[in-house]
Design a protein. Structure first.
Length: 109
């Protein structure tokens, strides 16, 4: 997510974060790893309870494939967010690494 993603607080949709992983210089498929997304106020690091269970989406039409961590945001979604600006974080649990990455900005209107 390079420019802010803007969604309505009335909308129910996936927020997608592209994820790339390499090992020994080769692209690897991260979808066997557990992934969670968090949405925090600007300048605030998420706490452990802020991370929401997320899923993977694979776009196999690209070479190499593009992998997205995704979380359903909105009414009746995994997380409902009030109007405001949020930092989006992705946490991937692998072994032994557990990267936590700030991934962009989400604006809910």
């Amino acid at each position: 997510m390079s420019s802010p993603l803007v969604i309505s607080e009335l909308s129910l949709e996936y927020v997608r974060v592209p994820v790339s992983a390499k090992q020994s210089g080769l692209t690897v498929d991260p979808t066997a790893d557990t992934v969670k997304l968090a949405f925090s106020a600007a300048g605030v690091d998420p706490s452990s309870g802020d991370y929401k269970t997320s899923s993977w989406e694979t776009d196999a039409t690209t070479t190499p494939a593009t992998y997205y961590a995704r979380c359903l945001v909105g009414p009746a979604g995994t997380v409902a967010l009030a109007a405001g600006t949020y930092e989006v974080w992705v946490k991937i649990t692998d072994s032994p690494e557990i990267p936590v990455l700030r991934s962009g900005t989400l604006v809910v209107t």
